[in-house]
Design a protein around this ligand. Structure first.
Ligand code: AHR
Length: 496
């Protein structure tokens, strides 16, 4: 079977948005404690941050990090995590049934962001708290000084944090959420919080909670109701999606990006319908601030004492394989091709908890297979995202019907073309021919692929580099890039 792809640097979708390459640090399991933060670790710096994880975060090419949750944020008191460590309270974390020591909080997170070279994206608690606490947090974080909370931050040794991007709660449509609300209740609360936050700083970028999954019974009507309340006060509506292969239907799992495409299109249409009702020229963008592969119960490491209340227990430490990495690469293709509407996206999460980076307490840090397509896409995608025309054989899937076996996106930046490709077929290879003649490129600067004869191959502390990107075998002749993509594979090329 063969596929053809045609592109032209004149046919652009939108600029590559660096915030597409965000991740997420939640106070959950071992993401913070023994993940990014572990005083006493051989690589810990003066703040207790693991330097091995900082280095991997930079290599991953992360732009923005959402914090501190997730479900955790809906019961969180931000004040617990600032100022001298000695006075910080230990609290019950109801979301993840654990004890939060508050050793790490906002002040540490901002210092960590500076060291990692990433932008903070701050989530506020609209589960157990409301407008006043959001304003207090904003005053502490962003006001330059001369007020009680901004002076408190100065006393803690920090000048204003200048956080621009804020999430108005987390997954408030989910009955599992502490302080779960109806769309009407949440919409009003989010609108009032946003309106008040803008009285301090009109230029903030604010994200309203969309649905926690497109499978939620309220999906669609939730977005409509929330946006009817918040349209004039927010910039983004969030999407969350996790894809798993628990039922062994690998063909459908490999088609996960089809669901992401439809999800984004549906939310965009709903937002634009609300905009039309309001006769507004404003466009609401999407913050896809949680996405990943997540196996419901496939976690091979289970929590040793899940019935007790413990500090930083193991939680959902999924071990990813090559097939998962191919799906992650394809989900990034979907996000990139929607750069006209997706302004922010966060791979959930960064360390240990369904994460590209794994660590052991007192031990090494290593890259999961999913690390690689993310790092490569973040490094190569630049300039403008191009609309590509793909003519591909199809594969049939139980969940999404017949889908194209080959999916692709490209970016173009001053004479440099990046092409990202995936073969979603489990059956066999596809010959792909990409017409790059209009891009004025003559050589392959780089070609990398993720593939393995064993689709279940994975990395571990003992074998951290079992799965790594391999050189992709391709030719560029007379303006045609030709490559054979093996079954279940992902590849990226940089052409100049
Ligand atoms: O990322 C793990 C959890 O998934 C987050 O806390 C929550 O927002 C989502 O349901």
């Amino acid at each position: 079977p063969s596929a053809t792809i045609t592109l032209d640097p004149a046919f652009t979708i939108a600029p590559v948005r660096r915030r597409t390459f965000g991740t997420f640090v939640e106070h959950m399991g071992r993401c913070v404690y023994t993940g990014i933060y572990e005083p006493g670790h051989a690589t810990a710096d003066e703040d207790g941050f693991r330097k091995d994880v900082l280095e991997l975060t930079r290599e991953l090419g992360v732009s923005v990090v959402r914090y501190p949750g997730g479900n955790f944020v809906s019961g969180y008191r931000w004040e617990d995590g600032v100022g001298p460590r000695a006075g910080r309270p230990r609290r019950l974390d109801l979301a993840w049934h654990s004890v939060e020591t508050n050793e790490f909080g906002l002040d540490e997170f901002i210092r960590w962001c500076a060291k990692a070279g990433v932008e903070p994206m701050m989530a506020i608690n609209l589960g157990t708290r409301g407008v006043q606490e959001a304003l207090d947090l904003q005053e502490y974080a962003n006001h330059p000084g001369g007020t009680a909370l901004s002076d408190l931050r100065e006393q803690h040794g920090a000048s204003a944090y200048g956080i621009e991007l804020w999430c108005l709660g987390n997954e408030m449509d989910g009955p599992w959420q502490i302080g779960h609300k109806t769309a009407e209740e949440y919409g009003r609360m989010a609108a009032e919080t946003a309106r008040a936050m803008r009285m301090i700083e009109p230029g903030l970028e604010l994200v309203a909670c969309g649905s926690s999954s497109s499978r939620m019974p309220t999906f669609g009507s939730w977005e409509q109701t929330v946006l009817r309340e918040t349209y004039d006060f927010v910039d983004y509506i969030s999407c969350h999606a996790y894809y798993g292969n628990d039922d062994g239907d690998t063909a459908s799992f490999l088609g996960s990006a089809v669901n992401m495409d439809r999800f984004i299109d549906a939310v965009t249409a709903t937002a634009d319908a609300v905009g039309a009702e309001r006769k507004s020229s404003k466009k609401i963008h999407i913050s896809f601030d949680e996405w990943n592969v997540w196996y419901g119960d496939r976690s091979r490491r289970t929590d040793e004492d899940s019935d007790g209340w413990s500090v930083a227990p193991r939680r959902i430490e999924d071990e990813y394989n090559v097939t998962d990495a191919v799906v992650v690469g394809n989900l990034l293709i979907s996000l990139l091709r929607h750069s006209d509407r997706v302004g922010v996206a966060c791979l959930a999460q960064l360390a240990n908890v369904i994460a590209p980076i794994m660590t052991e307490r007192g031990g090494p840090a290593w890259r999961q297979p999913t690390f690689h397509p993310f790092a490569i896409t973040s490094r190569l995608a630049a300039g403008q995202v191009l609309r590509v025309e793909t003519d591909s054989p199809t594969v049939s899937t139980a969940r999404y019907g017949d889908i194209a076996a080959v999916d692709a996106v490209a970016t173009y930046d001053e004479g440099r073309l990046a092409v990202f490709l995936v073969n979603r077929s489990t059956e066999g290879p596809v010959e792909v021919s990409v017409d790059v003649s209009r891009a004025g490129v003559f050589s392959i600067a780089e070609g990398l692929a993720i593939h393995d004869e064993d689709g279940l191959a994975t990395n571990s502390a003992d074998h951290p580099d079992r799965v790594t990107p391999q050189a992709a075998d391709a030719k560029l002749v007379d303006g045609r890039l030709t490559v054979t993509l093996p079954a279940v594979s992902w590849a990226a090329f940089s052409l100049a």
